[in-house]
Design a protein around this ligand. Structure first.
Ligand SMILES: C[S@@+](CC[C@H](N)C(=O)[O-])C[C@H]1O[C@@H](n2cnc3c(N)ncnc32)[C@H](O)[C@@H]1O
Length: 340
């Protein structure tokens, strides 16, 4: 199988996937649009793989090959589309998506890292031809019932698969009420995964429409949200029925010391929302408060383009960071631990 995740999330996704029983991750890469993770999943583990919140799309693999000097797109297509392997992949697809009929519609989606030796559209055309000669009753259509994705996930390495997911995988349950600047649910899910095993309350002190809280509640956390904007609090209450949400200022939290198990937040450093006053001063005060309310050993996961070392209080240790791309912009998920 293989999965796509937002650019920069391959490492987190590989860890989460690799932690599932019956799943072995083999490789990962980037196909120019998404990070791609290649893995094997035992039949009994596939439902858990499907429920993984940080995946954008999931595929059952048809085949893979290497691109070599002088390679032609029809040769690549022919090496990947092997009828016996395709048949096995189709039975997984039919189990998960819809029963197969004699006359199916399909379309091919191709992502390549460079077009020096041939164009992406040429590989798509050749792939379509190879599929049609194996399945003469299948017809090309857009949208097609079956989507065949071909991805050059590392320079010169191709993997192809049948798409098992649809948009619901990346949108999750969807939000009852939308608010501008809402986080992509798959990124919120990755942040919650980085917060560790659920242990009491997860706080988002700048909760906006509640996306992180929604993912955290699904993962088993008790969720608490605060936002300076009363409208955000109203929306969070509608979007996340299990959340306790109140008006509050991250710079002066009305919470006991060490009262939350973890803190995860998408800070107001974007185009849509900004901090009150100077950014570093704001962050210094906010982090001091976040550290105060998080219990020792708890994780603090922040989405922000930068967190200068000078503003990080003594009680917080940086464990890791994941540089990601959101709507074409670079930002970072920061992973901290609250020291004892
Ligand atoms: C990037 S948005 C969060 C979006 C959220 N993750 C979602 O999915 O909707 C940042 C939020 O921080 C809030 N905010 C700004 N300053 C704040 C402060 N001092 N204390 C608490 N919240 C604040 C804004 O109202 C905004 O909702």
């Amino acid at each position: 199988m293989f999965a796509t995740v937002m650019p920069g999330l391959a490492r987190v996704a590989s860890q989460v996937l690799g932690g599932l029983p019956g799943v072995a991750v083999h490789d990962h890469g980037f196909d120019g649009r998404s990070d791609v993770i290649l893995f094997d999943a035992a039949r009994g583990s596939r439902d858990e793989v499907f429920d993984l919140g940080l995946t954008e799309d999931l595929f059952v693999e048809v085949g893979r090959t290497l691109r070599s000097e002088g390679d032609r797109p029809n040769w690549i297509a022919g090496r990947i589309w092997r009828p016996e392997r395709v048949q096995r992949a189709l039975s997984v697809w039919a189990n998960k998506v819809r029963p197969l009929s004699g006359t199916m519609t399909f379309r091919v989606i191709v992502r390549v890292l460079q077009e020096r030796s041939f164009l992406r559209t040429e590989l798509r055309r050749q792939f379509t031809d190879v599929i049609q000669s194996d399945k003469p009753k299948w017809r090309v259509d857009d949208p097609g019932q079956i989507e065949v994705w071909v991805s050059e996930y590392t320079s010169g390495r191709f993997v192809a698969g049948l798409r098992l997911s649809d948009v619901r995988m990346r949108q999750h349950e969807g939000r009852a009420v939308e608010r501008e600047g809402a986080l992509r649910p798959t990124v919120a899910s990755a942040m919650v995964a980085l917060a560790g095993v659920p242990d009491g309350v997860l706080l988002d002190p700048c909760c906006g429409s509640g996306t992180i809280l929604s993912e955290a509640a699904s993962a088993g956390w008790t969720v608490r949200g605060l936002d300076i904007d009363p409208e955000a609090v109203r929306i969070t209450r509608e979007n996340v029925r299990d959340a306790t949400a109140d008006i509050g200022d991250v710079r002066k939290l009305d919470l006991e010391d060490a009262s939350v198990g973890a803190c995860a937040s998408n800070l107001p450093f974007g185009k849509r929302y900004s901090v009150q006053g100077e950014m570093e001063a704001w962050l210094r005060v906010a982090l001091r408060e976040i550290v105060r309310v998080t219990r020792p050993g708890g994780r603090v996961i922040l989405l922000a383009p930068g967190v200068p070392r000078s503003v990080v209080p003594a009680g917080l240790r940086k464990l890791d960071r994941h540089q990601i791309r959101l709507l074409g912009l670079k930002t970072t998920i920061w992973v901290f631990e609250r020291l004892g």
